[in-house]
Design a protein around this ligand. Structure first.
Ligand code: HEM
Length: 267
């Protein structure tokens, strides 16, 4: 490795697999399309203003709804262990750091520079709650949507059942709009401390060591210790080492840098 290469090389952790990213992105695009097409069903004024377009939107609402339901099922069949890992990281016991994180979240959003957040595990405590609510919301939307669709075509549901399903569909829609907007604000890195986070689901799924330590300190240290998801990249963003080798080479690089540093003068 050249000296120039060493100067810019950096360790990364593979946070999300290709399969997770594809599943997430199809579901995300489907949700956005369902929101848009659903507006034509939800708002009668839109439906009467654009009758032909509304018909097309209603058909697309059903097709995209099927894609939203089938995608996670296929993904779960392809990787049952991934489903287990997903539930394990979301249903973990709350630690004192998790409680502190939740208490400090609003002050942090208002003044991130001056609020020090505690270390977090793989999924932050607030994120566990918000993502969990989105998963449940999407599930309830899917069930109520299917009953409304099939219950008026394949079989006949009672008027009461249909109205309960419609209410569930509408309430979950409103809850999802709020949580998805907040999720996109953080997930797309619009909030400054989360800059670059979008790449975790819409890019290569890798997080730099410094960002991993900043956001998910407990998780990052565990991964750096294990090493199997660690990558070392050169200045051209090319992977030069993986796994334990990436950890060891990265450590050597840091040690070399420390040796080169002159000690600070005593105050
Ligand atoms: C287009 C806008 C979206 C962006 C930019 C976005 C971004 C992200 C990012 C960056 C993550 C990774 C967070 C992490 O590693 O801790 C994530 C995870 C997640 N997102 Fe999104 N997301 C979007 C839309 C959605 C939608 C519409 C849903 C579902 C309603 C959704 C559900 C989830 C879930 C459940 C996770 C956790 C996945 C896991 O941990 O395996 N996202 N999103």
């Amino acid at each position: 490795m050249s000296a120039k290469m060493e100067q810019k090389e950096q360790r990364y952790i593979q946070r999300h697999s290709m399969q997770t990213r594809i599943t997430h992105d199809i579901v995300a695009v489907a949700c956005i399309w369902l929101t848009f097409s659903g507006l034509f069903v939800f708002i009668p004024a839109l439906a009467s203003a654009f009758p032909d377009f509304t018909r097309a939107m209603r058909v697309s609402h059903r097709i995209v709804g099927c894609i939203l339901i089938i995608t996670p099922i296929v993904s779960a069949i392809l990787s049952p262990r991934g489903v287990g890992r997903f539930f394990k990281k979301y249903f973990t016991k709350w630690t004192p750091e998790d409680k502190e994180f939740t208490k400090k979240f609003v002050p942090y959003m208002l003044n991130a520079r001056n609020v020090h957040m505690p270390d977090q595990d793989e999924v932050k405590s607030g994120q566990r709650f918000a993502d969990g609510l989105m998963v449940v919301g999407v599930l309830l939307m899917a069930i109520s949507g299917l009953v409304l669709w099939l219950g008026t075509s394949v079989w006949r549901v009672s008027g009461d059942t249909a109205s309960v399903m419609r209410t569930i569909h509408d309430i979950c829609f409103l809850i999802l709009v709020i949580f998805v907007v907040a999720h996109v604000y953080l997930g797309a890195g619009i909030f400054e401390p989360y800059k670059g986070t979008g790449k975790l689901m819409w890019g290569n799924g890798q997080v730099s060591e410094s960002n991993a330590l900043y956001h998910w300190g407990f998780w990052a240290r565990k991964e750096l210790e294990k090493g199997d998801k660690v990558l070392l990249k050169d200045e051209n963003d090319q992977v030069v080492a993986r796994g334990k080798e990436a950890v060891d080479l990265g450590n050597t690089y840091i040690e070399e840098k420390l040796k080169q540093k002159a000690p600070l003068k005593q105050e």
